[in-house]
Design a protein around this ligand. Structure first.
Ligand SMILES: [Zn+2]
Length: 274
């Protein structure tokens, strides 16, 4: 009787060890919650977990899974490049909510956009269509994801960077590769912004898409002339822009404009004529 009892106790203890071991293993292998809720109350399930990302979506059919598989692979292809560029490291995986229904996405983010990053909940939210078979559509939405990932990296480095919009958006437009792509097939932009326009909080309202282009060229100019390290210092301390680059903002503006006219706009013109 007592030997049966102790056998049962040992078996129970063994089961407990096996159970806790397997729980430990599963919590190591999967660092994301299986399901989360967004601000509009939709339940999103974990569709794909990669080395650095957790991809959630309100839908989980094969079409969404295929689309997210493409996005997550593209994300992993560029994750290290971006984090190394900004000397950023995090042990946490990037949380990405992917919506395939554009109206649902607008409802969640409360405005007409294709992607956003919120520092408050540390979550990238993007709309991506199910069909990414066209190369131009695929690259547009991969750019969108990487653009928001750059925002997430630089805003986690410095939570105040969102207040310096040309730097926040310009860095995202430059580091995502969107600027480079645009320089290869340039679109026409309105007249060069003047100094006050660039510095104004309404720059993006007035210049719309062109503000991304011009802000991106400012960031490219900083890295080309002053180096990536200088850009990293400015991102960490934008209030000390002039001391860090050892130039007044007015002089910097004049240099950027001259550089754009000579080197950058010649690329644009070459592409236009070619
Ligand atoms: Zn942006």
């Amino acid at each position: 009787m007592s030997s049966t009892h102790s056998f049962r106790r040992r078996r129970a203890a063994l089961l407990l060890i096996i159970l806790s071991l397997s729980m430990g293993v599963s919590s190591c292998a999967s660092s994301g919650k299986k399901a989360v809720r967004d601000d509009a109350g939709n339940e999103l399930s974990l569709i794909e977990e990669t080395a650095h990302g957790l991809f959630y979506s309100p839908e989980s059919d094969d079409g969404v899974r295929d689309m997210i598989r493409i996005l997550s692979q593209e994300f992993e292809n560029q994750e290290q490049r971006i984090t190394e560029l900004f000397n950023y490291h995090s042990d946490k995986k990037t949380v990405i909510h992917v919506y395939a229904e554009v109206s649902q996405f607008y409802d969640v983010v409360g405005r007409v956009t294709e992607g956003t990053y919120d520092l408050d909940d540390n979550t990238i939210k993007i709309y991506t269509p199910l069909n990414l078979s066209s190369p131009s559509v695929r690259s547009e939405y991969v750019f969108q994801l990487i653009h928001e990932f750059v925002h997430s990296v630089i805003q986690q480095i410095n939570s105040k960077i969102g207040q310096v919009k040309w730097l926040d958006e310009g860095t995202a437009y430059y580091a995502s590769g969107q600027l480079e792509a645009e320089l290869k097939s340039p679109t026409r932009h309105p007249v060069f912004p003047d100094f006050e326009q660039v510095a104004s909080p309404s720059f993006f309202d007035v210049f719309n898409q062109s503000a991304y282009f011009y802000s991106g060229t400012i960031v490219k100019f900083i890295t080309d002339k002053y180096g990536q390290e200088s850009l990293n210092k400015v991102i960490r301390n934008p209030d000390h822009f002039e001391e860090l680059l050892n130039v007044s903002f007015q002089t910097f503006y004049e240099e950027w404009k001259a550089w754009s006219n000579h080197s950058l706009m010649s690329i644009v013109k070459e592409n236009f004529s070619g």
